[in-house]
Design a protein around this ligand. Structure first.
Ligand code: MN
Length: 170
């Protein structure tokens, strides 16, 4: 007589992926991975950003996305309860995290804590591509009010960052 019980196993991922998806020659796209619009919501400000969902795994509870900001482009200035873990994979740029602006180079790691204003900007002459790990279940991003945006711009470095386009990066 079997002693096996019906054990609740993790469900298979609804969107199984090939064990290996090769990167294409530009290092910024992968076999069988669609290049998507950055955000679907109308009226959310951003410029020249694409999104690719590399892993979307309920068993891990997280997603890994690749975003690429074209030269002169920028992601949405936003904050939310969930956090981000970011790895720069291509190009250079700058990011705002809280009240500080940081230069970004290849393989730099960025942690965006909960409820912290953040934005990524590419320089004028090169893209900024990055991996972003995020919870699969997450709250919707909040945009700054006019007053909150004005408070950020009280910092000269942030005002210069938000004004773009940037000077060429060193
Ligand atoms: Mn975000």
């Amino acid at each position: 007589m079997s002693t096996h019980r019906n054990v609740e196993l993790p469900r298979a991922d609804p969107t199984p992926t090939a064990p290996v998806r090769h990167a294409l020659a530009n290092g910024a796209t992968w076999e069988g991975v669609d290049v998507l619009r950055y955000k679907q919501d109308p009226g959310v400000p951003f410029k020249d950003v694409t999104r690719q969902v590399l892993f979307q795994q309920p068993t891990l509870g997280c997603e890994l996305r690749y975003f690429e900001v074209a030269p002169g482009g920028y992601s949405t200035l936003e904050r939310h309860e969930h956090s981000h873990a970011v790895l720069i994979l291509r190009g250079t740029g700058r990011c705002l995290v809280g009240d500080a602006v940081h230069l970004l180079g290849l393989h730099d790691l960025v942690h965006i804590p909960a409820m912290t204003w953040h934005q990524f900007r590419a320089g004028p002459d090169q893209p900024l591509g990055f991996l972003c790990m995020v919870n699969q279940q997450r709250d919707r991003p909040q945009l700054p009010t006019a007053a909150e945006q004005a408070a950020l711009a009280d910092h000269p470095a942030i005002a210069a960052f938000l004004a773009g386009p940037e000077l060429p990066l060193p």
